[in-house]
Design a protein around this ligand. Structure first.
Ligand code: PSU
Ligand code: MN
Length: 313
């Protein structure tokens, strides 16, 4: 299960100044992905959101580490100008587990998905990561076999990922089944139901429930103590004020899925295509909810990172 061969030289990431100082002084760190910036939101909301999410983590007393590959260098923590450049760039690669090494070797620029970010965070010694939604099992996966590499990564890499569940563009029951098969703990925060990204509840019960960052931190450390590979998925519901009712979002999802099928969208293009269409079809309402929930996840991730740091102290 472990990736690292004993004795193999490990790649040293390029740390931002803020992350370098935090690592040296043992401050709690929270990793952030970059696909949400390049493939998940339009400019300039993408860079504004990225900055706001970083600020939430600082305000909570932890240090943000946004992860991306810039010109073949793996960056853990981006300087403000680097973040702006990435948010404006086009033709940025989308880096999941399969793509990360190829992007670095070719000297290219890419944004990390949940899977790619988990790999980089673990390499940098960061155990908590905040995002919006994870990839999962797509509807019709029994024919397309489209299952995000994010799920397998959660089974392999020991990082606790805070997300607002998975989007209803996916098949949520199948996503939960695959996570169970892979042995990934799925923890709803403060409620019994698995949240559904824009909505607080998916109508499905989550396998586990925890009500404090301390409990989540203790479970993270207990997995390590058991020698278990893999991380945890913390499913944090969207704040009530920002929620979009399921009845309101469903027509947009159905329309986006129909367009994707009609245009033959496949593989890595599926998730960005659906997100872009749903933003357009809800006239930005989905984007406002998305921003609110990512910020909310960043705050919880910072609390978990602080609890882990205290217990390791
Ligand atoms: N789900 C979202 N927003 C996102 C993504 C997923 O609600 O931005 C991005 C994440 O980076 C996630 C990736 O890791 O899409 C999953 O892509 P795929 O389904 O191709 O694995
Ligand atoms: Mn896919």
């Amino acid at each position: 299960m472990e990736d690292q061969k004993p004795g193999a030289p490990m790649l040293q990431p390029d740390y931002s100044e803020e992350v370098r100082v935090a690592k040296a002084s043992g401050k709690p760190l929270v990793a952030l992905e970059s696909t949400i910036i390049t493939h998940g939101m339009p400019y300039p909301q993408n860079v504004e959101t990225a900055r706001a999410v970083e600020a939430e983590i600082r305000d909570a007393g932890a240090v943000p580490a946004t992860i991306a590959v810039l010109g073949g260098r793996l960056h853990v923590g981006l300087e403000p100008a680097e973040l702006e450049q990435l948010a404006r760039a086009d033709a940025v690669m989308k880096l999941s587990r399969a793509d990360l090494a190829a992007c670095i070797a070719a000297g290219r620029t890419g944004a990390t998905t949940v899977a790619g970010t988990m790999i980089a965070a673990h390499l940098a010694g960061i155990s908590v990561f905040a995002t919006g939604g994870i990839g999962g099992v797509h509807r019709g996966a029994e024919l397309s076999f489209d299952i995000s590499a994010d799920l397998r990564e959660l089974a392999l890499t020991p990082v606790t990922v805070v997300a607002a569940g998975a989007k209803a563009i996916l098949d949520l029951p199948k996503t939960l089944e695959v996570l169970e098969t892979l042995g990934v703990p799925v923890i709803a925060y403060g409620q019994d139901d698995f949240p559904a990204f824009w909505s607080q509840s998916s109508g499905l019960a989550a396998p586990l429930r925890m009500d404090s960052a301390a409990e989540i931190a203790a479970a993270h450390l207990a997995r390590g103590a058991l020698g278990l590979a893999g991380g945890q998925l913390v499913a944090n519901p969207v704040p009530p004020k920002a929620e979009i009712a399921r009845a309101e979002i469903t027509p947009a999802i159905e329309a986006a899925l129909a367009e994707a099928a009609a245009q033959g969208i496949a593989a890595k293009a599926v998730t960005p295509f659906l997100l872009d269409r749903i933003f357009a079809l809800t006239e930005g309402r989905s984007l406002a909810a998305n921003i609110a929930l990512v910020r909310n996840n960043a705050r919880l991730a910072a609390e978990i990172a602080k609890e882990i740091a205290t217990r390791q102290g």
